[in-house]
Each structure stands twice: as structure tokens, then as C-alpha cells.
Ligand binder design. Structure first.
Ligand code: V47
Length: 377
């Protein structure tokens, strides 16, 4: 017999149609394999179209990972290196600036900067990197440093997070990417990255950034040691901070890529799990405007399909991505604007180029400018 309080798809449908928030138990229920994915997807699509109509966003962006040398040894990471390993690298200022020039020449509006925590490099090196890029290329939006890196800067210097962030903003930091969130619940976090910023710290750093007017993204790494409870718990913690600050822009689910990691025995999440995670995230995160299908991680085909399962954003053209490619991603290194637009059109959506802060981008030849903010429902 079904208890009145037990989630059912019919009750969830009624709530979603009425715009009522879903509970932890309902989120977990939506992850059950016997709950048909097409129906979960249809509900997520309803929310997606309510918020973003038929639009699907992309930007022209590039990645910069200035070093892979890292003091931490997160078991899921294939990118990190020891200092003396032949794989280890550290970019010079000239190399960093050359990447900025290349980005501008390609018409990029954003540079996504994250990397290792190099124990020989002082906080000033990380700050200077932002400053030289911003001084040379002031129109390039610098989406830089995860909560974990910012936590490291504060630990290194013994300074409060607010003062680190204020200084970074003054140097040219534009927003924060969503990395480092992994899975918040300590049952999992303590097994995959026990040494780095915990959930409370990651959330508090984003809270501080939001209070300074800096927008940020949020990620969730799934498909490793976690279960559906841990995933939905993660989403609810993000939803709670968003209720408080409204500072998150986009949620980015990240499927674990096992190759070359300490968890290489785990099989990569299936396409069904990828689409279900996009859909459940769209349904749980009722206060997030955007859910991103990061094509580098999902693969181009699944990312395109995800546009019908709750996602409204494909990230960007992307150049120089290393974190996923080191972990066995077989996706291309870059997509052209024509390719990304074609993927969106083929999925029946309207392609819209956005900047990092979700303003429409208008291009005339080689020139571009950010126009009005994109309104969401
Ligand atoms: O925090 C590391 C993940 C993240 C692996 O904000 C791995 O717009 C899978 O955060 N398999 C960094 N994932 C990437 C990231 C991101 C990506 C795209 C867009 C945005 C955004 C943010 O990558 C890390 C970690 O969760 N990661 N290693 C791996 N083997």
C-alpha cells in the first residue's frame, strides 16, 4: 500500500506544474531506475522552458590551467602532478599573456582559470596572474579560482576570505567558476578529498563572494562513490545558499571520468544517469536560472540531448581544457561557433551567445559588445 507521504510521479508532477518546491525524498525518488526517465525529463523540460523559453546559450571561451602541480591528492583527479614529476608544469607570465592574446584573437569573451595549488608559488603569484591578464585584456572576463583555491590562498596568507576576494576583484577577477564542490556530504567528501575545504567552507566562500557582488557557478561531481541521497543532499545545500544570496548563475553537473585516477576501476556514468542528473538538478534547483550541459564532460551527443532534459546552456567553444582530457575525455579540444550553433539548432532550440554574466552578446565582424541582460522566467 502506498502511504500518503510517499513520493509518486503524479504528486511530483502536480507540484512542478504549480511551481511548488520538491523535497529531499522526492529528489531521491526521481533517481530510482523504475521512475521512467522520459517522464522526469518532460517535467524538467517544463521548468527549463518556463525559465528560458526555447533559448540555449553558449559563449566563446577558453581555459587556462596555469599549473598542475598540486599539494592536494584528490582521488578523482587525473590532472594534478607532483613537483618533480615530468608531467608537472608551471606557466610563465609570458605564456599566460600569450594565452590572453590568443583568446582575444579568437573573439573569446571569457577565460576560465583554475589549476593546482603549487606549494612553491605564493598567493601574490596567483593575484599577479589576474592583474596582468586584466591589465592587458580588460574586456576578457576572468572567471577564476574555485572555492578550494580561494581557501588555499586564505590559509597560505592567514588573511580573511573577504580581503582576499576584495583584492582579487580589484585586480580584475570577474566571477567564480563552480569547481571544487564535488559532493558535499562528509560520508563521500572524506573519502575523495578529505584534506581540502569542506562543504561549509566552500559554501561560505561563495556566500562571501555573493555579498561582494561577485556571481558564481556551482558544480556537482557524480558517478563515483556517492548515491542518490548524497546527490540530492548536495543540490539542497546549494538551493539553500541560493535562497539566501541569489548569487549563483548556473549549476553544472560533472560526470566523473575515471581514467588515470585513483578510482579507475569505476565505470563512467551512463547516458541515462547523465540525463537523469541534469533533469533532477533542474527540478530540485527551482531558484537557479540555468543548468549547464558541459559538452566536454558529457560528450557532444548527450549534451545536445540534455537540452531537452532541463539544460539550457552548453558552456562554450572551450579551448585548452585539460582536467577532463587528462581523465580520458574523448571529446574534441574545441568546438567552432558554427558547430555549437548547429548542435543547438538541430536540438530544436534557438542559439543565443551570452557573456559570462548572461548578457546577450552582439557581434559585428570582429567587434562584439554585451547588450541587455537575458531575462529569465
Ligand atoms: O572541481 C576533476 C572536476 C572540476 C575529474 O563553473 C573531474 O562554468 C570528472 O568546475 N572526472 C573542475 N570531473 C571543472 C569545473 C567546471 C567545468 C566547466 C564549467 C564550470 C563553470 C566549472 O572538475 C573539479 C572536479 O569536480 N573533476 N577531475 C575527473 N577525473
Amino acid at each position: 500500500m502506498i502511504r500518503a507521504t510517499e513520493p509518486t510521479l503524479r504528486l511530483i508532477r502536480e507540484k512542478v506544474e504549480a511551481g511548488v518546491r520538491l523535497s529531499l525524498d522526492e529528489g531521491i525518488y526521481l533517481y530510482r531506475p523504475d521512475v521512467p526517465l522520459p517522464e522526469v525529463g518532460e517535467l524538467a523540460n517544463l521548468v527549463r522552458e518556463r525559465k528560458n523559453g526555447n533559448r540555449a546559450y553558449y559563449n566563446i571561451n577558453t581555459h587556462l590551467n596555469p599549473t598542475n602541480v598540486c599539494v592536494y591528492r584528490c582521488v578523482f583527479c587525473a590532472f594534478r602532478s607532483d613537483l618533480r614529476s615530468p608531467k608537472g608544469y608551471l606557466m610563465s607570465d609570458e605564456q599566460i599573456l600569450a594565452r590572453g592574446q590568443e583568446a582575444v584573437d579568437c573573439g573569446a569573451t571569457e577565460m576560465h582559470i583554475v589549476g593546482g595549488l603549487h606549494h612553491q608559488m605564493k598567493y601574490e603569484w596567483y593575484l599577479n596572474l589576474i592583474r596582468i591578464l586584466h591589465d592587458a585584456y580588460p574586456r576578457l572576463h576572468l572567471k577564476a579560482w574555485t572555492g578550494v583555491e580561494l581557501d588555499w590562498f586564505a590559509r597560505m596568507t592567514g588573511r580573511p576570505m573577504r580581503s582576499i576576494l576584495e583584492e582579487m576583484i580589484e585586480a580584475g577577477l570577474g566571477s567564480l567558476p563552480g569547481g571544487g564542490a564535488e559532493i558535499f556530504h562528509p560520508e563521500v567528501r572524506d573519502r575523495i578529498c578529505e584534506h581540502k575545504a569542506d562543504a561549509g567552507r566552500w559554501i561560505d566562500i561563495h556566500r562571501t563572494a555573493h555579498s561582494l557582488g561577485i556571481r558564481s557557478n556551482a558544480t556537482m561531481l557524480y558517478g563515483h562513490l556517492e548515491n542518490s541521497f548524497h546527490r540530492v543532499d548536495h543540490l539542497i545545500r546549494l538551493r539553500e545558499l541560493q535562497d539566501e544570496t541569489g548569487g549563483f548563475q548556473t549549476f553544472v553537473p560533472l560526470a566523473f571520468h575515471p581514467e588515470n585516477t585513483g578510482l579507475s576501476e569505476i565505470k563512467k556514468a551512463s547516458g541515462v544517469m547523465d540525463l537523469r542528473t541534469v533533469a533532477v538538478a533542474r527540478l530540485m534547483l527551482d531558484n537557479f536560472d540555468h543548468v549547464k550541459a558541459y559538452w566536454i564532460m558529457l560528450g557532444v551527443g548527450t549534451a545536445q540531448t540534455a537540452l531537452a532534459y532541463g539544460a539550457d546552456d552548453l558552456d562554450g567553444t572551450v579551448r585548452h581544457e585539460l582536467i577532463y582530457h587528462d581523465a580520458g575525455a574523448t571529446t574534441p579540444e574545441v568546438l567552432s561557433v558554427e558547430e555549437i550553433r548547429r548542435l543547438i539548432v538541430e536540438a530544436g532550440r534557438e542559439p543565443v551567445e551570452r557573456d559570462t554574466l548572461y548578457h546577450r552578446v552582439v557581434r559585428e565582424g570582429a567587434n562584439w559588445h554585451s547588450a541587455e541582460p537575458i531575462a529569465t522566467g
